[in-house]
Design a binder for this molecule. Structure first.
Ligand code: NAD
Ligand code: UDP
Length: 347
């Protein structure tokens, strides 16, 4: 790993936020696919250890630059010192609840950070971008499954930042149609690399279901609060489209390949196309871990919707991508990561 900014002539992919949960798994798949990558991350929600392990898993090296996407000078020097062909942009803040209490930090990091990145890309004439969007841009959908042409809306600053960035990217493409942009709308990424070496490592008490369940199963947390048991779903608990992070990462590799062949701006759902309830996920986790996951019912969490799952056919037809892993892989890989690394990268 090096932060050497000297002139390098091999065409590379810049991965912002590449030390994070989805970014680190995507780095593995990009390296396995023969790409050269530079990771730019300020480590605000990650550890450099993830990148060491990415290199250990793949037996390949990557370049790491510790820095912020809002740092104009750093970005300009990155683009002028390296032959960067494209950018995969993961960097950003992602906690919905926190975004409600700190909206300015979210708009600054996510929206302003993306503007600084786009300006540097434009100046360097690098016009291929894969952006981490989210199924949250569909708001509360009128019907299921959700297709890419469904109306978009946002109910909190995090979701609004994703929607704003999507709209900025649409405007950018209208202004110059040589841009090649993928808006990847993730459903619920879970699981970990099957090696057990990289996974999700939340800083505090997890907000998301899967890391919370994993920490209950290992005894770090007492019990899960199931938010709502009166939704109009088959068992009353919320239904989501959980997707294995390795499948999700492979979707980025397919999107980069597609953009190399096709101009334009495209939205693609990255989901499995099936919904599982909270209680089904708890049962699957108990089965995989052979550990009890005690839970109690609690009131609905503000802003949550009853059910959400993708129609993933557009990604299949246009990217040749579909999720291959099932819930059993998701929970067993999650449990392996949690049990081998009870304190994440600080274990
Ligand atoms: P993560 O927090 O693990 O990764 C984000 C990375 O970006 C971290 O390593 C963090 O240190 C870095 N970062 C944040 N702000 C930065 C900045 N200003 N400059 C440089 N680096 C910065 O999150 P993740 O789960 O891997 O998510 C990656 C992307 O996918 C995010 O944009 C997120 O909004 C989006 N997304 C995530 C989910 C999910 O459930 N995990 C769902 C939909 C969309
Ligand atoms: N959930 C829950 N308890 C928790 C965390 C989440 O019951 O501690 C539920 C949540 O209400 C939703 C599902 O699990 O129905 C997935 O929530 P998560 O926060 O993981 O993802 P979201 O779909 O909200 O992005």
């Amino acid at each position: 790993m090096s932060s050497n900014l000297s002139k390098n002539t091999t065409k590379k992919i810049l991965v912002t936020g590449g030390a994070g949960y989805i970014g680190s798994h995507t780095c593995v798949e990009l390296l396995n696919d023969g790409h050269e990558i530079i990771v730019l991350d300020n480590l605000s929600n990650s550890s450099e250890e993830s990148l060491k392990r990415v290199q250990e898993i793949t037996g390949k090296t990557l370049e790491f630059v510790k820095g912020d996407i809002r740092d104009h000078k750093l970005l300009n020097s990155l683009f002028s010192n390296h032959e960067i062909a494209s950018v995969i942009h993961f960097a950003g803040l992602k906690a919905v609840g926190e975004s409600v209490s700190m909206p300015l930090a979210y708009y600054d990091n996510n929206v302003n950070g993306t503007l600084v990145l786009l300006e540097a890309m434009k100046q360097a004439n690098v016009k291929t971008l894969v952006f981490s969007s989210s199924a949250t841009v569909y708001g509360d959908p009128a019907s299921l499954p959700i297709s890419e042409d469904f109306p978009t809306s946002a109910t909190n600053p995090y979701g609004r930042s994703k929607l704003m960035i999507e709209e900025i990217l649409q405007d950018l493409h209208v202004s110059d149609n040589s841009w090649r942009i993928a808006l990847l709308r993730y459903f619920n990424p879970v699981g970990a690399h099957p090696s057990g070496r990289i996974g999700e490592d939340p800083n505090d008490i997890p907000n998301n279901l899967m890391p919370y369940i994993a920490q209950v199963a290992i005894g770090k947390l007492d019990k899960l609060s199931v938010f709502g048991n009166d939704y109009p779903t088959h068992d009353g608990t919320g239904v989501r489209d959980y997707i294995h992070v390795v499948d999700l990462s492979l979707g980025h590799v397919r999107a980069i390949e597609k953009l190399q062949k096709t101009a334009g701006i495209h939205a693609w759902n990255l989901g499995v196309g099936k919904g599982y309830s909270v209680l089904e996920m708890v049962a699957a986790f108990e089965q995989a871990s052979q550990q009890p996951v005690p839970y109690q019912f609690a009131p609905r969490r503000s802003g949550d919707i009853a059910a959400c799952y993708a129609n993933p056919e557009k990604a299949l037809n246009e990217l040749g991508w579909k999720a291959e892993k099932g819930v059993d892989d998701m929970v067993s890989d999650s449990w392996r990561w949690q049990s081998v690394n009870p304190n994440g990268y600080h274990s």
